[in-house]
Design a protein around this ligand. Structure first.
Ligand SMILES: Cc1ncc(COP(=O)(O)O)c(C=O)c1O
Length: 410
C-alpha cells in the first residue's frame, strides 16, 4: 500500500485494522478537560488495561474475606499465583515456561543474575555493554566489577554492537571478557539487535551473555531460548502495560537450572515447593528459573500483569508485530512528509532492526520541540541530550494517532 498524508487515509487504515477493537480494552489518558492525549509513550509507561482493575479488586476482596487463608483458598490462591504468568510470559520472550519467572524489578534481577553469571577471574573479568546502554545497567555492572575487586575504568567496556565493530572487539578482547550484557532493543536509538548471532559469537569466545529486554518484551517477537543466551531480564511497565513499578522478570536458560556449582543469592521462595514450609536448614533450589526467587511476591502487583498478559495472548504477538511494522512505517513516512529540517530519525531503517519506537535526533532545540508537542496534547518522551522518542503501540494506538502526531509536529 502506498501511504498518504491525510486524515482520511489514516482512518481507512484504522478501518481495515483487525486489532482495532483492542484499543477499547485500555484506558487512554486524557487532559483535564477530558480530551484524549495522543499517547505515544508506551515505550516508557504503557496504559492501563481496563481488566487490571477487575483482577486487582478480586484480590483485595479475597484478602478482606479470607486474610491469611487466601494463600490457599483465594479464587486464585496466592502461593502459586505467579505461576499463572509463566506460560504467557514464556511466549512473549520465546522461552519454555520453566525458564522464566516474574519477580522483583529489572535492576534487582540484573544483580541477581550477575551473582550467578558474572564469575570473573583475574584474566577474564571484563563486562561489555552497548555504547548507549541505559544508565541503570551501567551502574549495575560497574558496581558488580567493583564488588569483585575490579576497577570499572578498565573492566567496563562500552562498545558498538555493529557487526564489524563487535567482531573486532571479540578478536581483541575476547579472552578477557567475562560477560556481555546487551539491551536487546536499545532504549536510546531504538535499534533491535540480532540476539542469536551476537550470542553465538560471544559463546565461541567463552563469554557469557545476558539481555536487558526492557524495550523488547511485548514490542518485538523474541526467541530467547533459541538464542542460547545465559540469562535475560525485563520490566513489564512499558509495552506490557502492567503499571508503574510493576514486577519484572527473568529468563535463565534451562541448561543452567541444575548446575549446583552456580552461586546464587537465595531466599525461601526459591526453595523446592514441597519442602518450602518445612523450613529446613538446607536451601534446596527449585530446578527451574523459579529457583532464583527470593521473596513471596506482591499479589496486587502481579494482578495487572495477568490482565495484560491475557490480552497479549488473545491478540497474539504475530498479529501485533504485523500491525506494529505498518504503524511505525506510517510514522516514518509522515515524519519524512513533515520535512523537519535538521531533525533526523536515529533508529535503523530496516524493519527487522527496530520495534515500534522511532527516535528523533534533534541537534538544536530538541527540548523545545518536545515541549511544544506536549502542549499540543502529544505524549512522547525526551531523552537528554538530543532525542525525542515516539512509539505507536499496536495494542492501543491507531493510525489516526500517528496522523495526529504528524499534524502536531508539522
Ligand atoms: C533499558 C532499561 N533498563 C533498565 C531500566 C530500569 O528499570 P527498573 O527501574 O525496573 O530497574 C529501564 C527503565 O526504564 C530501562 O529502560
Amino acid at each position: 500500500v502506498k501511504f498518504e498524508a491525510s486524515p482520511e487515509f489514516a482512518r481507512s487504515l484504522d478501518e481495515s485494522d483487525p486489532l482495532a477493537s483492542f484499543r477499547d480494552r485500555f484506558h487512554l489518558p486524557t487532559d483535564r478537560s477530558g480530551k484524549p492525549y495522543v499517547y505515544l509513550s508506551g515505550h516508557s509507561l504503557g496504559v492501563m488495561p481496563k481488566s487490571a482493575k477487575t483482577l486487582v479488586d478480586a484480590e483485595l476482596e479475597d484478602w478482606a474475606r479470607l486474610g491469611v487463608l487466601g494463600h490457599e483458598e483465594a479464587r486464585n490462591p496466592w502461593i502459586p499465583y505467579h505461576e499463572l504468568l509463566a506460560e504467557g510470559t514464556a511466549s512473549l520472550v520465546g522461552a519454555k515456561a520453566c525458564e522464566v519467572v516474574v519477580m522483583n524489578s529489572l535492576t534487582v534481577n540484573l544483580h541477581l543474575m550477575m551473582v550467578s553469571f558474572y564469575r570473573p577471574t583475574s584474566k577474564r573479568y571484563k563486562i561489555v555493554i552497548e555504547k548507549d546502554a541505559f544508565p541503570s545497567d551501567r551502574y549495575a555492572v560497574a558496581s558488580q566489577l567493583a564488588f569483585h575487586g575490579f576497577d570499572p575504568k578498565g573492566g567496563l567496556i562500552q562498545h558498538s554492537f555493529e557487526r564489524e565493530a563487535f567482531d573486532q572487539l571479540l578478536e581483541e578482547e575476547g579472552d578477557s571478557i567475562s560477560l556481555i550484557l546487551l539491551g536487546g532493543l536499545n532504549y536510546y536509538t531504538g535499534q533491535f539487535f540480532p540476539l542469536k548471532e551476537i550470542t553465538e559469537k560471544a559463546h565461541r569466545r567463552s563469554c557469557l551473555v545476558g539481555f536487558d529486554l526492557a524495550h523488547a518484551i511485548g514490542n518485538v517477537p523474541l526467541s530467547v531460548h533459541d538464542s542460547e543466551a545465559d540469562f535475560a531480564v525485563w520490566c513489564s511497565y512499558k509495552y506490557l502495560n502492567s503499571g508503574p513499578g510493576a514486577p519484572g522478570g527473568c529468563f535463565v536458560h534451562e541448561r543452567h537450572h541444575k548446575n549446583g556449582a552456580l552461586p546464587r543469592f537465595s531466599g525461601w521462595w526459591g526453595n523446592d515447593k514441597e519442602s518450602r514450609f518445612e523450613m529446613r536448614e538446607q536451601f534446596q533450589p527449585i530446578p527451574t528459573a523459579e529457583g532464583w526467587q527470593l521473596s513471596n511476591p506482591s499479589i496486587f502487583a502481579l494482578a495487572p500483569l495477568r490482565a495484560s498478559t491475557e490480552i497479549f495472548q488473545e491478540a497474539g504477538m504475530k498479529m501485533l508485530r504485523e500491525k506494529s511494522l505498518r504503524l511505525t512505517a506510517y510514522l516514518e513516512f509522515l515524519i519524512g512528509e513533515a520535512d523537519l529540517g535538521d531533525v533526523k530519525i536515529l533508529t535503523p531503517k530496516e524493519p527487522e532492526s527496530r520495534g515500534a519506537m522511532l527516535c528523533l535526533y534533534a541537534e538544536k532545540n530538541g527540548r523545545q520541540l518536545f515541549q511544544k508537542l506536549q502542549k499540543r496534547g502529544v505524549i512522547c518522551d525526551w531523552r537528554e541530550p538530543h532525542v525525542i522518542r515516539v512509539a505507536p503501540v499496536p495494542l492501543y494506538n491507531e493510525f489516526s494517532d500517528v496522523y495526529r502526531f504528524y499534524e502536531a509536529i508539522r
